[in-house]
Design a protein around this ligand. Structure first.
Ligand SMILES: [Zn+2]
Length: 101
């Protein structure tokens, strides 16, 4: 089952894998981002035309731009904006129990 552009959920093994190269990243109930290759940089890395989301803008100088890549093939899974000391956002939470049921 496709859960994101380059992410697949294996409903039998309950794992998340890369759609491009097939690399298994983690168990379905884990945050795949913590198993990705992460690159962080200033928000300007997002491009000169980019405007950070208003809710994060708040004059915070420590806002950073994080990109998450497949550790095997390097495809870009996702990106996020966060303060430097924020934990990695867990934006895809798989309801493992409902899959098993
Ligand atoms: Zn890959």
């Amino acid at each position: 089952m496709q859960i994101q552009k380059y992410l697949d959920l294996n409903e039998e093994e309950l794992t998340i894998s890369c759609r491009k190269c097939g690399e298994t990243l983690c168990n379905a109930d884990e945050n795949y981002k913590e198993h990705s290759a992460m690159r962080t940089g200033p928000v300007t890395d997002a491009g000169p035309a980019f405007e950070p989301p208003k809710k994060l803008l708040g004059q915070d100088p420590n806002l950073e731009f994080r990109q998450f890549f497949c550790p095997s093939c390097g495809v870009l899974f996702d990106h996020e904006f966060a303060r430097e000391d924020d934990p990695i956002l867990h934006d895809i939470e798989v309801d493992v129990d409902s899959i098993k049921a």
